[in-house]
Design a binder for this molecule. Structure first.
Ligand code: F0G
Length: 353
């Protein structure tokens, strides 16, 4: 979109901001909805990828963070804090830097955050504290501190985060001229599925769309508390972004599932990696592993015949974060490049020309 000034500017009438709100923006939002010929053919549907990795810090978190940081600034906060598996910390750090006045502290689970995300939080000058525990434990500490000290919490239990993130659903409806029939999305702390569902419902209420999608949420099998119906004490998955055992928006995610007649299911790490590679190799879209959970999930449902009666329906898969966030996983899943002498003949031979 020409002249895009960020999602608060564009969707102001649907957001809790006033003329007094100091808008802290990095021109987030307005991400592409990419039609995938390959996945459409595989699934017998019209499949689109909402490529959220193209937000300013490389994930969908920027949608919520422009709202949370703007409102924190409006309310006179000096310090913001979050727990994070990586992307929230990267986004909070960047928006705090842009605010010009807010300091940012982030708690991360030691050893379980992708390299790019750690680099982002640090280079944007957040105070980064790695705890010997998982995300759920980090979030409990942050809740404790922000409940008792003048510190603004910017995790997705902050309602302004959900407000910002719901705009992704608006963009999809604007692009397709309606909501799709199905919407697939990875589920970790469960804020994003909550936000999309809120967005779809609000847009319909405002007559900006005619229908609501069926929501399809996917957790990693080793971190699937909603699917199992119980807290997972020691969540484990290669998709570190969604390595969460006790999601904060658990109830709201279940409501999105039930109200939309949808599903929250799990996908194994192998299924996630397979979808991760398909996305890169056959759609040209490089995502981080957690993002591929949405595509892994719909491939699984397809194999079970779930879409059989829905030929050519529209399916949007949110792919939540950029592949460059986690270079280590990419490198581990490809062939090392060959090394050879610097001459034309050798290169031609290698290519087979
Ligand atoms: N995909 C990515 C790339 C994420 O970073 C997250 C969450 C999710 C999916 C799941 O979204 O939590 O709203 O259900 N990352 C959080 C973080 C937890 O700290 O960056 P959710």
């Amino acid at each position: 979109m020409v002249n895009w000034k960020g999602l608060i500017h564009h969707y102001r009438e649907y957001l809790p901001v006033t003329d007094q709100t100091p808008v802290v923006t990095l021109s987030e939002g307005n991400t592409p909805l990419i039609f995938s010929e390959h996945l459409s053919e595989t699934l017998g549907l019209n499949v689109y990828l909402k490529y959220e990795g193209l937000n300013p810090t490389g994930s969908f978190k920027d949608r919520g963070m422009t709202m949370a940081i703007s409102k924190a600034k409006e309310q006179g906060a000096k310090l913001v804090m979050c727990a994070s598996t990586g992307n929230t910390s990267a986004s909070a750090a960047a928006y705090a830097a842009k605010s010009g006045s807010l300091k940012c502290v982030v708690l991360i689970p030691e050893g379980n955050i992708a390299l790019g995300k750690l680099a982002q939080a640090l280079i944007h000058q957040a105070q980064v504290i790695a705890i010997k525990g998982n995300f759920d434990e980090a979030l409990n500490i942050v809740k404790d501190i922000t409940d008792n000290y003048p510190v603004e919490l910017v995790n997705s239990i902050n309602p302004f985060r959900i407000e910002g993130q719901k705009t992704a659903a608006f963009e999809i409806c604007d692009f397709l001229s309606d909501a799709p029939e199905f919407h697939a999305i990875p589920v970790g702390n469960a804020g994003n599925i909550t936000a999309y569902w809120k967005g779809y419902k609000e847009y319909k209420q405002h007559n900006k769309s005619q229908q609501l999608p069926t929501m399809l949420g996917f957790q990693a099998a080793g971190a699937a508390p909603i699917v199992l119906g119980k807290i997972v004490e020691n969540p484990e998955t290669i998709a570190t972004a969604i390595r969460i055992g006790n999601p904060a928006s658990w109830k709201a995610a279940e409501a999105a599932r039930d109200e939309s007649n949808g599903i929250i299911d799990s996908v194994t790490d192998d299924e996630i990696l397979e979808a991760y590679k398909i996305l890169a190799a056959h759609t040209g879209v490089f995502v981080e592993p957690a993002s591929a959970a949405s595509v892994a999930g719909v491939l699984k449902l397809h194999s079970q015949g779930y879409f059989d009666d829905h030929k050519n329906a529209r399916l949007v898969c949110t792919v939540t974060g950029h592949g460059l966030k986690d270079p280590n996983t990419a490198i581990k899943n490809v062939q090392e490049p060959v090394t050879m002498e610097a001459n034309v003949k050798a290169v031609l031979e290698e290519i087979g020309l």
